[in-house]
Design a protein around this ligand. Structure first.
Ligand code: PRP
Ligand code: MG
Length: 212
């Protein structure tokens, strides 16, 4: 019998809560994230521990059938991927931030500026909507350091508690989008796997109802 292949963040903010919700729906998985793949004992499911940014492509290619992933990653890299269910954890924003001393009045102040981010597509889309031209610098982590080392005038990154912004003397000036963890499906999922996914979704819905 075939198993649903589901991608879960290997390490990072979503990992623990993703494993927790699978546990709460009664699926027991044999081992932790030290291995890249693990099978469930009592449900036709295999978990693949992957890097966040790689998951949208794996979904598109059908290498995995489903994923627990942040909506923000889908907005950035997975426009054609379907959100099956919002999971209510790992809420965050993707926001524009500038140094506290920057007298920011509105988006027009970003014209011609250098913006550091790990989310270039999201930023491009936002700038296009507002008719702003700016220079995007792609950085893969610790984006908030960029203004302090003279690499950028502004940043776009994830804001959760806001403490990283605070520690780096930055202030949030625009919220581009709000995000949370979601269950997402591959656009090329087979009927057989879709059936398993439906069962998983049904179980998730009852857990989510119970949490409210
Ligand atoms: C993430 C994100 C922000 C921060 C937001 O970084 O890129 O920097 O968390 O959280 P906060 O508002 O609660 O401070 P992470 O620590 O995951 O590291 P990375 O940027 O190097 O990937
Ligand atoms: Mg960071």
């Amino acid at each position: 019998m075939s198993k649903l292949k589901i991608a879960v963040q290997k390490s990072g903010r979503l990992h623990d809560d993703s494993m927790q919700i699978l546990k709460e729906v009664g699926i027991s998985i044999d081992n932790g994230k030290d291995q890249l793949k693990a099978a469930a004992r009592n449900f036709p499911l295999e978990v693949f521990y992957l890097r966040n940014g790689d998951i949208p492509q794996y979904l598109k290619d059908g290498v995995v059938d489903a994923a627990i992933i942040g909506e923000n990653v889908l907005v950035e890299k997975g426009k054609d991927i379907t959100v099956v269910e919002k999971l209510g954890f790992s809420s965050c924003k993707v926001s524009v931030a500038v140094p506290k001393a920057f007298k920011y009045k509105g988006v027009q102040d970003l014209e011609g500026k250098r913006i550091a981010t790990s989310y270039p597509n999201t930023v491009n889309e936002f700038l296009k909507q507002h008719n702003i031209e700016a220079n995007i610098h792609i950085i893969n982590g610790s984006v908030e350091i960029a203004p302090n080392i003279g690499l950028a005038d502004a940043i776009v990154d994830i804001v959760s508690s806001g403490s990283t912004l605070f520690k780096n003397n930055l202030k949030e000036v625009e919220v581009i989008l709000k995000s949370e963890a979601v269950l997402a499906a591959s656009p090329v999922i087979s009927d057989e796997k879709q059936n398993i996914l439906d069962r998983l979704q049904f179980r998730l819905q009852s857990v989510l109802k119970g949490r409210k």
